[in-house]
Design a protein around this ligand. Structure first.
Ligand code: CUA
Length: 310
């Protein structure tokens, strides 16, 4: 929107869509509310006690009027639904070629890890004009990732992965809030998003140096948790080789076929008895309680790095 700045400002490509929908619904509600209020006032005066107007008449609701308002209401509701659904689908489907950044919520901070392993807390640097996908997880309770200027908000629910995307459209610094009450210091669980020109972002990343990437962390855990003792070429015990399975179909002993995506890896680690591959015995122990959300993200990234379908 141009002119007077209302609210938090517009700093993502999703913001204008949300604004248009919001102002259209506001205008529609105002117009309808005003019209109905006027009718109430006009008829209250016209039919006030003792007024000189005919009070008996034909049908109260003639058929054309009945059909007219029913279909007008229905069509309006459909139009609002179609428009909102379109905006919603844009919100949940990231465009291809996004930078994937890991985000972890915990009482009471936001932890981020860039693809090159650079890490930040309560602050996130992103480049202008490039889609960013945040793979979110919670270490404890439900939090909510909320950046008003981007018009994005996503609950971060423990025990499952949550995803959010945006493309920043204006250089600057924007508020990040936790928008779900999560304990004593919920109100302190705030941070900022720094939108930089792509070249500034590149030099910022370079200045941070490389850190351990999620996949590297996953490889480290794969050995320290003992996964490599069963999964892999040199393994003593026979378990499925994970190389090349990412996003590919896997046949289970139950007869089902599932896609080896992030949720599959998570479930295999936490509830291995439900994910036994066809031809194998259910001998893998559950790692529930032993592995945290960040480590799960690492294992997922490691399996992804072993190849398969991008
Ligand atoms: Cu985290 Cu509120």
């Amino acid at each position: 929107m141009t002119g007077i700045a209302f609210g938090p400002g517009d700093a993502s490509t999703l913001a204008p869509q949300v604004n248009a929908l919001f102002y259209a619904l506001l205008a529609f509600s105002l117009a309808l509310g005003t019209f109905l209020t006027l009718l109430v006032v006009v008829y209250s005066v016209k039919y006030r006690k003792g007024s000189d107007v005919p009070r008996e008449g034909g049908r109260l609701r003639p058929m054309p009027v009945e059909i007219g308002w029913t279909s007008a209401t229905l069509l309006t509701a459909f139009a609002i639904f179609a428009w909102s659904a379109h905006v919603y689908m844009d919100h949940v489907n990231p465009p291809p070629g996004a930078i994937v950044i890991s985000g972890l919520a915990k009482q009471w901070m936001w932890k981020f890890r860039h693809p090159g392993g650079q890490r930040e807390i309560d602050e996130l640097h992103v480049p202008l004009g490039r889609p960013v996908v945040l793979e979110l997880g919670s270490q404890d309770v439900i939090h909510s990732f909320f950046v008003p200027a981007f018009r994005v908000k996503q609950d971060v629910v423990p025990g499952r992965g949550n995803r959010l995307w945006f493309t920043a459209s204006k250089v600057g610094r924007y508020h990040l809030f936790c928008a779900e009450y999560c304990g004593t210091e919920h109100s302190e669980m705030i941070g900022s998003i720094e939108v930089m020109e792509p070249e500034d972002y590149a030099s910022w990343l370079a200045a941070q140096g490389e850190g351990e990437t999620l996949a590297e962390g996953g490889e480290r855990l794969f050995h320290s948790f003992g996964c490599s003792g069963c999964h892999g070429q040199s393994a003593q015990v026979r378990a499925p080789d994970l190389a090349g399975i990412w996003n590919r179909p896997v046949a289970l002993a139950s007869g089902e076929t599932v896609i080896a995506d992030a949720a599959y890896v998570r479930d295999s680690v936490l509830m291995p008895d439900r994910q036994v591959a066809a031809g194998y015995r259910p001998i893998m122990p559950s790692f529930a309680g032993l592995i945290d959300e960040e480590e799960l993200q690492m294992i997922q990234a490691y399996v992804e790095s072993l190849g398969g379908q991008p």
